[in-house]
Design a protein around this ligand. Structure first.
Ligand code: ADP
Length: 602
């Protein structure tokens, strides 16, 4: 499936075309000077002037030019109907559009509403969408929002301490931006660390012209530095980031207009305002090396603010598995990574100065490089971000329901095995119950290889009642273990605890009656703690480890989520969740059922 990603800015349109089977980029280009009579399409083959219908090239003229170029004979879309979807980058989705979505008229309307939070971006994004829907009417169009990745920020992170009505009535809150980039960093880090994203705590730093940090816990953004607009947070190329909110008020009192303050904080501040040189970090580094004090100060303020955020986010996450850098500055500036990571040993960061210096950008090639020492508990990773690729993935997921890493794992079913009450016997107890040296005989296999239900049964005799004909599972064990459901325990008149198999300390005993004799045990009766067996490969696929607690989702008439399911990993195991009859009945499950993995609990 081919996906075209369109990123419409105020004066430019960038596009990338992907073959999603391999994620290969088939074409990329940009149209500059949109909205003028000199719009030019720059592509792999050269530059073309964009033909226009009115007095200047509009968004529609531009998209037509792109389409004609891609559909030229021998071009990547020469075959009719070969385009599967168009993904559009949209800056603000507000509180209504909190995930990527197929665009219809209603979605367009909401994007227009959200323009009040992003007046420079949403209207041009929308113009691009409208033009593209006109030019490619038969293809699904998907909006991918900068804000959406942060849509699950908890209220204590997104709420500003101003009268709460301002949030309730006007939506004034933190939204966060650079979502596709933070998401791409998180997925790349998980892949590099070979750990499921749901188990990772990450601080991701996007340091480009705009800059933001995010704290990502288990794949979910729980805090981010940009706010209601992209002005808050880090020092950026021309944006101030954080400052005392009284400053604009004082400036206004001193006579500056709203527009002048906007211009000051958005376009004249940040690295540019501090250094007096401009927003390009390379120039500022050069000037700093030459001893220019304002350039030095600009870098110091930039780095100090970033360190402050990384420390704060490590505190929020309770430590980080990795700090990830991207963006023109994050990927390229050895100095920034060095200064930021210097002294972060307290949070487990040990930078490998050599690896950091040997210009990771040169090695990146679209990938990821580790620049921390192998012994560093917190890894430092440099990623070449690819927001367009992330948008393409999202567009495809929306159209065909295909999957990001987490979703496919979640969708994978786990078969259910219902354990009816049963007994594992020791040699000594088997001798008493069935006669010395008696060999139990196989009736049928159970799901775990090597174990089977025997033809023999025993009766359980408790202080209050009896349960007859209880299955005996072979092979024999070191100690006799009796697994019952809670309902059985009531009938027997005992109160066994919830236990993992084999953990029998302090458990009650019971009398077992067999054809050759009777045994009264002093311990060994348990309610089996629900668990899922898997082999190491299956554990890897789910991103879980032995003894993790996971949640599973049960669908059907008695839909529920079961928590506290213990993972047991062993090369001899096969994928199977074991629950007892009470649990199965409560959830409407039987031996033909499956449940869905619903994430790691602890
Ligand atoms: P945008 O956010 O506009 O996409 P980029 O991610 O390309 O921006 O980042 C632009 C910033 O990265 C600029 O400040 C630029 O100077 C800086 N940058 C690019 N290359 C280097 C480099 N080799 N060393 C330091 N900074 C760099």
């Amino acid at each position: 499936m081919k996906v075209l990603v369109v990123n419409v800015g105020s004066t430019s349109v960038k596009y990338n075309l992907y073959e999603m089977d391999t994620e290969a980029r088939l074409a990329a280009g940009a149209v500059e000077r949109v909205g003028t009579a000199n719009a030019e399409h720059v592509h792999e083959g050269g530059r073309d002037k964009v033909a226009f219908t009115g007095d200047k090239a509009t968004a529609a003229d531009v998209q037509r030019a792109i389409l004609t170029h891609l559909r030229r004979s021998g071009g990547p879309l020469a075959e009719p109907n070969s385009l599967g979807a168009v993904g559009h980058r949209v800056v603000h989705g507000g509180e209504k559009l909190i995930a990527s979505v197929q665009i219809d008229d209603k979605v367009e309307e909401i994007i227009a509403e959200c323009a009040r939070f992003a007046p420079l971006h949403n209207p041009v994004n929308l113009a691009g969408i409208r033009a593209a829907r006109e030019i490619f009417p038969d293809v699904p169009h998907v909006a991918v929002f900068d804000t959406a990745f942060h849509a699950q920020l908890p209220p204590h992170a997104y709420t500003y301490a101003i009268p709460h009505e301002l949030y309730l009535q006007r939506g004034i809150r933190r939204y966060g931006f650079h979502g596709p980039s933070h998401q791409f960093m998180a997925l790349s880090a998980a892949e590099h660390l070979q750990t499921d994203l749901s188990k990772l705590k990450l601080v991701t730093c996007h340091l480009g012209g705009g800059a933001s940090v995010a704290a990502i816990d288990g794949g979910i953004s729980v805090e981010t530095s940009m706010g209601m607009t992209p002005l808050e947070g880090l020092v950026m190329g021309t944006r101030s980031g954080d400052l005392d909110p009284a400053i604009p008020m004082i400036l206004a009192k001193d006579g500056m207009t709203h527009e002048q303050i906007d211009e000051l904080l958005n376009r004249k501040s940040g690295l540019s305002g501090l250094s007096g040189i401009g927003a390009d970090f390379r120039d500022i580094e050069k000037a700093a090396d030459a001893g220019e004090p304002r350039a030095r100060l600009a870098i110091e303020v930039f780095v100090h603010r970033l360190r402050k955020y990384i420390g704060a986010y490590a505190a929020i996450l309770g430590g980080a598995d990795a700090v990830v850098f991207t963006g023109g500055i994050g990927e390229n500036s050895v100095r920034v990574r060095h200064q930021v990571c210097d002294g972060l040993f307290y949070m487990g960061v040990v930078l490998d100065e050599e690896a950091n210096k040997t210009s990771p950008a040169a090695q990146l090639g679209g990938g990821i490089v580790e620049v921390s020492k192998p012994r560093s508990p917190t890894k430092v990773l440099v990623v070449r971000t690819d927001e367009e690729r992330m948008i393409a993935r999202e567009a495809m997921r929306c159209v065909v329901g295909a999957s990001g890493a987490i979703r496919s794992v979640r969708a994978r079913p786990i078969p259910v095995g219902v354990s009816v009450r049963h007994v594992h016997l020791s040699r000594a107890d088997c001798d008493v119950l069935f006669g010395p040296g008696y060999e139990l005989t196989k009736k049928r296999d159970v799901t775990q290889p090597g174990q089977y239900v025997t033809r023999e049964t025993v009766d359980l005799v408790g202080p209050k009642g009896e349960v007859r004909g209880v299955a005996v599972i072979n092979p024999l064990r070191k100690a006799t273990q009796i697994e019952v459901a809670r309902t059985d325990a009531f009938a027997l008149g005992i109160t066994p605890p919830l236990r993992e198999s084999g953990k029998l300390d302090g458990t009650p005993g019971l009398t077992l009656r067999g054809p050759a004799g009777t045994v009264t045990t002093t311990s060994g009766v348990i309610l089996a703690h629900r668990h899922v067996h898997m082999n190491p490969q299956q554990a890897k696929d789910y991103g879980v480890s032995d003894k993790d607690m996971i949640k599973v989702r049960v669908e059907g008439d008695r839909e529920m989520t079961m928590g506290d399911v213990i993972v047991r990993v062993n090369p001899d195991y096969d994928l199977d969740m074991h629950i007892d009859t009470d649990e199965a009945n409560a959830a409407g499950l039987d031996n033909n059922s499956v449940v869905a993995f619903d994430g790691v609990q602890r």
